[in-house]
Design a protein around this ligand. Structure first.
Ligand code: ADP
Length: 234
């Protein structure tokens, strides 16, 4: 079942053509690794799919709903964790998740908060304010607010960026636990994450798709993934 359909998306910021006609679709059970150099257009594409930006051209369909024409219906099925996992610093972790649950008008919000704290292993910091969290917990909170409504579609912008190996392991473990039921797009600069986490790879450079194939096919391109990446994005 196709849960994400991206059709010829284009977005410019003034004279900068950040996204120049990107198309792909993602099925349930797929975890798509979104790769590309800084400035390639990954975050912009993710923002367009998540409805945080409006496209100049093209469409993004999430769980059958056009994100521009039916944003509320689309966002019901979508979880999005932006780069850097922004959150309100003065709220505690529990308050922030309750806020996220209330924003989404979820039934049984207390129950959802409790389950999400458990799922994302956030119980031990539930009473801490966001400002006082370590980077690992902060990123996990960004992830937690994205999955509080158990969405079918997950868009994660560099969820393991800057984490230590143990923290990365935790985020990957949580993601792998839920991935088979969802369609996931996850951007990363860590090429080793592809083998562990992804079923498919999309490489973007200069606002265009340079490669879209199964993880297996991508890994067969060469033993040195950094070199593969360089060749595809040069
Ligand atoms: P990536 O996520 O792959 O690093 P981005 O989507 O963030 O790439 O950026 C793509 C291009 O658009 C870059 O040239 C970047 O400088 C530019 N860009 C991104 N956001 C803005 C913005 N709000 N205003 C102007 N230019 C932007």
């Amino acid at each position: 079942m196709t849960l994400i359909e991206v059709k010829n998306l284009k977005k410019s910021y003034g004279s900068i053509h950040a996204v120049r006609g990107i198309s792909f679709s993602v099925e349930r059970g797929e975890v798509v690794g979104f790769l590309g150099p800084n400035g390639a257009g990954k975050s912009t594409t993710m923002k367009l799919i998540a409805g945080h930006l409006r496209a100049d051209h093209g469409a993004a369909i999430v769980a059958g709903f056009d994100i521009s024409a039916h944003p509320i219906e689309a966002k019901t099925h979508l979880g999005y964790s932006p780069e850097g996992a922004p959150a309100y610093g003065e709220m505690t972790v529990r308050e922030f998740l309750r806020f996220a649950a209330d924003l989404r008008n979820l039934p049984n919000p207390s129950e959802r908060v409790k389950k999400t704290l458990e799922l994302c292993r956030l119980n031990e910091v539930a009473h801490q304010t966001v400002d006082t969290l370590s980077k690992g917990y902060r990123m996990r909170l960004g992830f937690a607010q994205a999955v509080i409504h158990d969405p079918e579609v997950l868009i994660l912008d560099e969820p393991t960026d800057g984490l230590d190996p143990n923290q990365k392991f935790e985020v990957r473990r949580i993601l792998k636990e839920m991935a088979s039921r969802k369609a996931v797009i996850v951007s990363t600069h860590i090429l080793e994450e592809i083998d562990e986490l992804c079923t498919r790879v999309i490489v973007i450079a200069h606002g265009e798709v340079r490669c879209d194939e199964s993880k297996e096919k991508f890994l067969q391109r060469g033993a040195d993934l950094n070199e593969v990446f360089r060749q595809l994005t040069a």
